[in-house]
Structures are given as structure tokens and as C-alpha cells.
Ligand binder design. Structure first.
Ligand code: BDP
Length: 702
């Protein structure tokens, strides 16, 4: 079905110079070695070359005398070739590879080599990636290796196969039929991940169910781990902190209780007896009602280290989430994770990573980077991005997220002077971490095209590429993905690249311009709800975040307000504190300003905000116009799907604009500036809208 093949369609190549080069290169192929991983590489090559070049290639499992394409780990190469890649491979590490055009016995050959089998698989996938982009290999000399150790997908999949914040169907994991029945989808999923270098997956929701740790489920988890292993992927599970009570016989889950420690140590032994390379536990504790060490008067360090102790003999990791904010803490929610975690720097065991969302609130269309990045130099901080579009229009709106990820990764924290970018903290180079990681909350479900919106596949792809190399530009990623997935025609690539890149700003404009945030309607977080003010916890209410009143709008996080800016290093802190130097994209995140405040373009804040909402709507209109032109390059089914989705997106961009402006107008008491579309419905109408069909809501919020 349309889109099932993701970025691996291996479309037939008809351009003759490219075809000629590729046919020559692949005339005789050697890929020696018997491991499962190498067999997968061979199968992939066969399948891809057959589709792209027409004729089935011959991939030999032995070292041929004169191959045109030689693919092998270093130890399998003839000595003179070993010498040629020696230096490259000393940089490439366990998972990297080299793709190099070299002279061998007076003939030019293409060599793909690596230190280990997984490097070969990654190298083959990259070779095919470049072929799909019609790149030439004549002069290639490419060494590449992952800059981040753990490149991980977090699935928020419940055991009943619903997915929290999932908008692409139900969970891929069919617990009922496992372990005997191995759905082809597990294999296709692993293959897609390996093609972009993802090497870890956490299977279950962070709002965890302890049952996953019982033997009957672990048997099933083992079956998945066995499928994923040859693709270089390790399995993690979410550990519910109260599991010793819920599935054990203990009365407590106190991390300092010897029986509790023993329970987890036994549990780890049991898991590793089934899954010898089990990755470890991902834990959400004492956050949004999840149990944790604080239930027993202990702290995050006690909890994380106790679990880390149980995994350490087996080489496993604990990934402890820092997404915490307390209903008892009256302080600005944006400050709470930092306040709670930074004092623990240096106290976690070395198989603990602290996983932090990209921004200090919660996956908003735009947030400043989380101030914890760089502030815990003795702790490996792992990035958590959201690939699924909880606050970004679900799988209905087209939003190219690598642009968002790039903005965060490139941000300068100044924690160790200029150039202390988030990317350098995440990859561990700035602060010399022994382990590094980046996680993305997956947008994959059992929809035929995996991600619901056909274009949302780009976000899975882009996340993987950035986890591999956080210094890649979003433009490079957009171009790669477009060429692989659809077409290499320049008339397609140019406009579509621009459309993807701009799509992120469009959604910010029509949802949350100028630093506004969390003004979504309750529970589902889909449409606008800036008026919502009566939820039980203050920081769940949009009014808490925008603070609109007759005088103005915005959250004062400067020293005259919550002083959250204090958590950022100088000179950034001072810049953020002054509305004149605070980037306008974060203005209302950090400042409460009068409706008449003058923006850089001379407009008042009210005018500027209204015009931004309108700009967002205009940008969606442009996307529709661009997409219309792309018909010749895209199959009918997907073209139609995206076209319909863009029409919904336009309707909803207008919904956002009208609902927010009508509501904020009740405070500003000002007319809409010229150029801003007039709302056709009343504020009361927008307030009355319900959204009962929203997928992915937490059951307790229904
Ligand atoms: C929020 C989601 C909620 C998650 C929570 C988390 O609304 O469903 O459980 O984050 O990350 O974004 O733990």
C-alpha cells in the first residue's frame, strides 16, 4: 500500500548516466560473512538493487577475486585494503562505516567497510540511501559514525494496544499473538529503524503498567528482542516503580528497603536470562501521579540508583525522566525540573541517564531549550523530543519537526562559554560524558503508512538522522527524505523542501506565536482553549500560561516575575530578561507586556500577534498551492491524502486564529488590524466545541 515502504521505496532508476554508473559498480558484489546482520544486509542489497536497477544482482557470500563492490568488515579484507581503511575505521568505532572508492589490483572498486557487522548494515543502508538520491560514488570517501550512543524511540504504547498521544492507529505490538506469531511488521519496523541508525526502543508507555514485567509478558518481549537484535536494536521497558507491590508480594516499593532492592535484582536476573542484551529501564516517577521514591520520603537519586544497581551486573541502563512538576509547588512549572534535579548532579550511578524534554514545559510548538541542558555537567543528560504531534495538530497537520529539533540542538546554552550548544551537551563532547542519548516519542502505529499523515514519516526519519548526527541541518534532512521517498526531480525538490522547512513556523504562527504556549484545549491538546481556567491544578490551565488581562499578556519569567531566567547562563540570561534583546519568538514566554508594546517591526503587540496568526493561515494556503503543483511527482493516493489533510489544516489554522484572537480581544479591546481575516463564528461557538473523537488521550482525562 501507498507509503508502507517509507523512505525505502527503491524506485526504478531510469536516468541513463546514473543507471550506468550504478550498474557498473554493482556488477560483481562480495559481501562475505554469515551472521544474521550480514544476511540482512545482503537481502536488503538484493531487494534494493533489483528494484532500482531492474536486474537481480549477484551478491556473493565469499570474497570474490575481482569484485566491483566489496562489502566487508575490516578483518575480512585483504591486507592491502585493510591498510587503506585503517585510519578511517579507527575513527568509525563500533557502529560506524566507511564508503570509499579505491584502487585495488589496478582496478577501481567501491569498498564499504566497518569494524563490526552492524557497521556494515549501516553502511549498506547509507549506500542505498545515496543511490536513492542518485549521488555519484566516483570520488566518494565517506567515513560516518553515530555521534550519540543511544538513539532511541520511546513508544507510549499501552498493553491494550492503545497509544497515549498516538495518532496513527494502535500499537504495533500484538501481545495476544506474541511470542509465537511474529508479525512481518516487527521486521519491517526494525529494518526502517536500522536504515537510519536507531538502536534502542522502549516498548511501553511511561505511564507504566507493571504487568509488562511479569514472566508471561517477558516471554513476548523476548520474542520482539530476538527480532530486533540483528538490526542492532536493544529493547528497553518502562518500569513502574510500585511493581514490587503490584506484581510481587511486597508491601512497599521503598528504594532503600533491602527486600525491594532484592526484588528488582531478581527481576533483572530474570529479564536478562531471557534477553541477554536487554537495554534497561525507562522510568517516569513522581510525575503526574506515577509512583516513585518520593512516596517513601526518598528522592530521585535513591530511586534511580537502586534500579541502576540491579541492572549494573548485566550492563543495563536506567533512563530516569526529569519531566516533573508538582501540584504542591506553587512555583512556575517551567522551573521545577531544574530546581529538583540540578542539585543531584554527580550523584547518579554511571549507568543512569537523565532524560529531559527539549523545553521546560511540554512539547509545545516552540519552547526555549530546557535550562537543565549544560547545568548538570556530571550527569549524562538525554534529550527527549516528541515525534508524535501531541501539541502540533496530531497526524492531521503537516509539520516538519527536524526544523524544531535543529533549533533546540543548535541553541547556545553558554554554560561553558560561547558555543556550548545543546548538541554538544547531548552528544557528551562538551562535558565529557561516558554515555550519551537522544530519545523521540514515536509517531508510529499500525496505520498502513505507519504515521497517519504521509508526510509525518519525515519526522521519524529526521529524528533518526539527528540522533545519529545532531549537527545535520534540517534542510539536508528534508532533501534526503524527499528524494528517497518521492522523486529526484528538481522541480519537486526545490518547492517541497521550502514547504517542509516553513511548515514548522506556520504551525507556531497559527497556534502559539510570539512565545505563547500551552493554550490548548483540555486533555486532548488538539484545538485552542486559551479560555480554560478551571482545571484542578493551576498549571494545567491555559490562563496560567498566557496571563492575559486588560493591560497585556505573557508570563513574566524575569526577576520581577518567576525569575525562571535565572536558570539560564549569562549572557543569555540578561538577554532574555530584557524584552528588547529577548528574541521575539520567546517574547511572551519570558515577559508580560502591554498590548501597546512596540515590536521590532513597529507594530503593537496586539497588531503583531494578530498578524502572526494570519501569517500562519497564509502559510497553510501557500502549502496547499505548492502541493497542487506536485501532482506529477507523487502517486495519486498520497497526493490526494495530503491534499485533503491540508484542507483540514487550513480550516483548523483559521479556527486557531479566530478562537484565540476573539478571546484575547476581550482583554485588549482593540480591533483586528487590516489584513487579518474576520472571524465568521463567535467566541461562544468556539468555546462550545467538543472533541470526543480525539485519539490517544490518557484514560483518566476522559
Ligand atoms: C505530556 C502528555 C502526557 C504524558 C506526559 C509525559 O500530555 O500524556 O504522559 O507528557 O511525558 O506531554 O510523561
Amino acid at each position: 500500500p501507498s507509503g508502507y515502504n517509507l523512505w525505502l521505496p527503491y524506485s526504478k532508476i531510469s536516468e541513463s548516466p546514473v543507471l550506468k554508473e550504478y550498474t557498473d559498480i554493482t556488477k560483481t558484489i562480495s559481501l562475505p560473512g554469515a551472521s544474521q546482520t550480514l544476511q540482512i544486509a545482503r537481502t536488503e542489497l538484493n531487494r534494493a538493487l533489483k528494484k532500482m536497477l531492474g536486474a537481480p544482482p549477484s551478491v556473493a557470500t565469499s570474497l570474490r577475486a575481482d569484485p566491483t563492490l566489496l562489502i566487508g568488515t575490516k578483518d575480512l579484507l585483504p591486507p592491502e585494503l585493510q591498510k587503506m581503511v585503517n585510519d578511517d575505521l579507527s575513527r568509525a568505532g563500533d557502529e560506524g562505516f566507511v564508503i570509499k572508492s579505491v584502487k585495488h589490483r589496478k582496478k577501481k572498486i567501491l569498498l564499504i567497510s566497518a569494524n563490526g557487522d552492524i557497521g556494515i548494515l549501516y553502511g549498506v543502508f547509507r549506500f542505498l540511501n545515496l543511490m536513492q538520491q542518485h549521488q555519484s560514488f566516483v570520488k566518494i570517501s565517506l567515513v560516518d559514525y553515530p555521534k550519540i550512543d543511544l538513539r532511541m524511540l520511546n513508544h507510549w504504547d499501552n498493553l491494550d494496544r492503545t497509544i497515549e498521544r498516538g495518532y496513527a492507529g494502535f500499537s504495533l505490538w500484538n501481545w495476544q499473538k506474541l511470542p509465537e506469531f511474529i508479525d512481518q511488521r516487527y521486521i519491517d519496523y526494525a529494518r526502517a529503524n536500522a536504515s537510519i541508525g536507531i538502536n534502542a526502543v522502549s516498548l511501553t508507555n511511561v505511564n507504566a503498567n507493571a504487568l509488562i514485567l511479569t514472566p508471561m509478558y517477558l516471554e513476548k518481549v523476548k520474542a520482539l528482542a530476538d527480532v530486533f537484535r540483528p538490526y542492532g536494536i536493544k529493547v528497553y521497558l518502562t518500569a513502574r516503580f510500585s511493581a514490587p507491590i503490584e506484581i510481587g508480594t511486597l508491601k512497599t516499593a521503598d528504594p532503600l528497603d533491602p527486600n525491594v532492592k532484592q526484588w528488582w535484582a531478581d527481576k533483572a536476573d530474570q529479564i536478562y536470562s531471557l534477553i541477554p542484551d536487554f537495554g534497561g529501564f525507562l522510568v517516569k516517577a513522581n510525575s503526574e501521579g506515577q509512583p516513585g521514591p518520593q512516596n517513601y520520603g526518598r528522592n530521585h537519586v535513591d530511586g534511580a540508583n537502586m534500579l541502576a544497581e540491579s541492572l549494573r551486573p548485566h550492563g543495563g541502563n536506567v533512563i530516569w525522566r526529569a519531566f516533573v512538576y508538582s501540584e504542591h509547588d506553587a512555583d512556575d512549572r517551567a522551573k521545577q525540573a531544574y530546581t529538583e534535579f540540578v542539585p543531584y548532579d554527580g550523584k547518579f550511578m554511571d549507568n543512569v541517564l537523565v532524560q529531559t524534554k527539549n523545553g521546560p514545559i511540554d512539547f509545545q510548538p516552540r519552547e526555549p531549550f530546557h535550562p537543565m541542558f549544560g547545568a548538570m555537567p556530571k550527569t549524562p543528560l538525554m534529550m527527549e523530543f516528541q515525534i508524535t504531534q501531541e501539541y502540533l495538530g496530531f497526524s492531521t497537520h503537516l509539520v516538519f519537526l527536524p526544523k524544531l529539533y535543529e533549533e533546540v540542538l543548535d541553541a547556545d546554552t553558554y554554560q561553558q562559554g560561547e558555543g556550548s550548544t545543546v548538541a554538544r551537551i547531548i552528544d557528551g563532547t562538551l562535558q565529557n560524558q561516558k554515555i550519551s542519548g537522544m530519545a523521540g516519542v514515536s509517531n508510529v502505529g499500525n496505520d498502513m503508512n505507519w504515521t497517519g499523515h504521509p508526510m509525518a514519516q519525515a519526522n521519524w526519519y529526521g529524528f533518526g538522522r539527528l540522533a545519529w548526527d545532531p549537527y545535520l541541518s534540517s534542510e539536508t534532512i528534508a532533501e534526503e527524505w524527499l528524494r528517497m521517498t518521492f522523486s529526484n526531480q528538481e522541480a519537486f525538490i526545490g518547492p517541497m523542501k521550502e514547504m517542509l522547512i516553513k511548515s514548522r513556523e506556520a504551525v507556531v504562527n497559527y497556534m502559539n506565536p510570539l512565545g505563547l504556549h500551552h493554550i490548548f484545549d483540555t486533555g486532548h491538546h488538539y484545538g485552542p482553549g486559551p479560555w480554560v481556567s478551571e482545571l484542578s491544578r493551576p498549571e494545567w490551565n491555559p490562563t496560567y500560561y498566557h496571563n492575559a488581562d486588560a493591560k497585556g499578556i505573557g508570563f513574566d519569567r524575569t526577576p520581577s516575575g518567576s525569575n525562571a531566567t535565572e536558570q539560564y547562563a549569562e549572557p543569555l540570561r540578561s538577554r532574555l530578561n530584557d524584552p528588547d534583546t529577548c528574541p521575539e519568538r520567546y517574547l511572551l514566554w519570558f515577559h508580560h507586556l502591554s498590548w501597546d508594546y512596540r515590536l521590532k517591526n513597529g507594530k503593537t503587540l496586539w497588531q503583531g500577534m494578530a498578524l502572526k496568526y494570519q501569517e500562519g493561515v497564509d502559510q497553510v494556503e501557500e502549502m496547499i498551492a505548492t502541493w497542487k503543483q506536485m501532482q506529477p511527482y507523487v502517486d495519486q493516493v498520497r497526493h490526494k491524502e495530503v491534499q485533503m489533510l491540508l484542507q483540514i489544516q487550513l480550516k483548523e489554522a483559521k479556527w486557531w486564529r479566530d478562537a484565540c484572537l476573539l478571546y484575547f480581544q476581550t482583554f485588549s479591546k482593540k480591533d483586528l488590524p487590516e489584513g487579518v481575516g474576520k472571524p465568521t463564528r463567535t467566541l461562544e461557538h468556539f468555546k462550545s466545541l467538543k472533541f470526543p473523537f480525539a485519539p490517544g488521550i490518557r484514560p483518566q482525562w476522559n
